[in-house]
Design a protein around this ligand. Structure first.
Ligand SMILES: [Zn+2]
Length: 143
């Protein structure tokens, strides 16, 4: 039991969520040196200008605006509904899909273009067989 605890880690739910040793998690994108386009995740060729081998890893902003959303009423067993699935344009580039939390899931409370921030939280409190927990990212309304 104690051995399990010692080796248990917090793992990211997606590979573009980075958890550095010093703590503060962030989302990682890749920025094209030729045209400045920013994409999520690793790629070797720019989808915008087709430049090859010119992508640099960049730390994405934790602030952005709501581009589009959908209120989800049906999901997999064990997933609480309704929840808000959102696509957010991050400041400085990068477009990310995730869940919008801390808001009533009704169109009256959600506005396209509203400012949001990225927050990092445990993913549903679940652990795998090795006792590892998972860190996820969410959006919430920002002022
Ligand atoms: Zn490019």
């Amino acid at each position: 039991m104690s051995e399990e605890k010692r080796s248990a880690k917090t793992l990211p739910v997606v590979d573009f969520l980075k958890i550095p040793a010093d703590g503060t998690p962030y989302l990682e994108g890749h920025k094209c040196k030729q045209c400045g386009a920013v994409f999520l995740g690793v790629r070797s060729t720019c989808s915008k200008c087709s430049a090859r081998g010119s992508m640099d890893a960049v730390r994405l902003s934790n602030r952005g605006t709501l581009y589009v959303y959908s209120i989800v009423h049906r999901s997999f067993p064990g997933i609480d509904v309704p929840y808000v699935s959102a696509v957010v344009d991050l400041e400085g580039g990068g477009t990310v899909k995730g869940n919008l939390i801390d808001v009533e899931p009704t169109p009256a409370k959600i506005r396209l273009g509203m400012p949001v921030e990225v927050v990092y939280k445990d993913a549903l409190g679940r652990k795998d067989k090795e006792g590892n927990s998972y860190l996820s990212y969410f959006f919430r309304p920002a002022s």
